[in-house]
Design a binder for this molecule. Sequence first.
Ligand code: UDP
Length: 239
Amino acid sequence: MTQTTKYKRVLLKLSGEALMGNDPFGINRDTIMQIVSQIKEITDMGVQVGVVVGGGNIFRGVSAQAGSMDRATADYMGMMATVMNALALKDAFESLGVKARVQSALSMQQIAETYARPKAIQYLEEGKVVIFAAGTGNPFFTTDTAAALRGAEMNCDIMMKATNVDGVYNADPKKDPSAVRYQTLTFDEALIKNLKVMDATAFALCRERKLNIVVFGISKEGALKRVILGEDEGTLVHN
Ligand code: UDP
């Protein structure tokens, strides 16, 4: 029996850190396989999935490693880091028999297609996972903003922001055991309470495009599927 899903087309934002597992940097193969298996669960249910992957596990334009470098140059390095993660994700999907394509916002035709909206939509309709690499293709932005942009362009039903915490809390749950998770929040409430859901540019774009956001924990087994089924998982930020 096929289960009814709350969302048909989703944009999943995976930070680079989500791929590190317990390693200090880089890509942890077991972690990436755990994440990709969770995504397979929802593609098997007929959900169309676009993924925007970050690069913070390898390089961040504003990091200490970037030091006194020219910011734009450092940001291009950060974008290239996201391409490495995208290739690792594609490889992991294929190892599980899930068809996946990488589309990069920066042209590097030997290793990835260049981003093209109609082609990306076609892939989603064909049930292929589309991994959007190289962020927005512009320095001074983040992959959160790239996720909001691609989510809006792909007419996704929801932006799913995967984090290390299983939702948005009224205090840091790692420091305060009495911290409470919000089940839902409006965009206005998140702003008034100064809750960090996504960076400000991404948040504003999602709000303007009426693209609701779910913040949830990707390391929690089955969490992605639970969000897709509309169960009480993570925090839904809505208009
Ligand atoms: N980046 C950029 N433009 C974009 C997206 C990313 O310049 O549109 C660069 C920026 O240097 C950023 C790095 O790529 O620090 C990695 O992206 P991000 O920090 O968003 O990754 P995450 O925190 O999700 O791992």
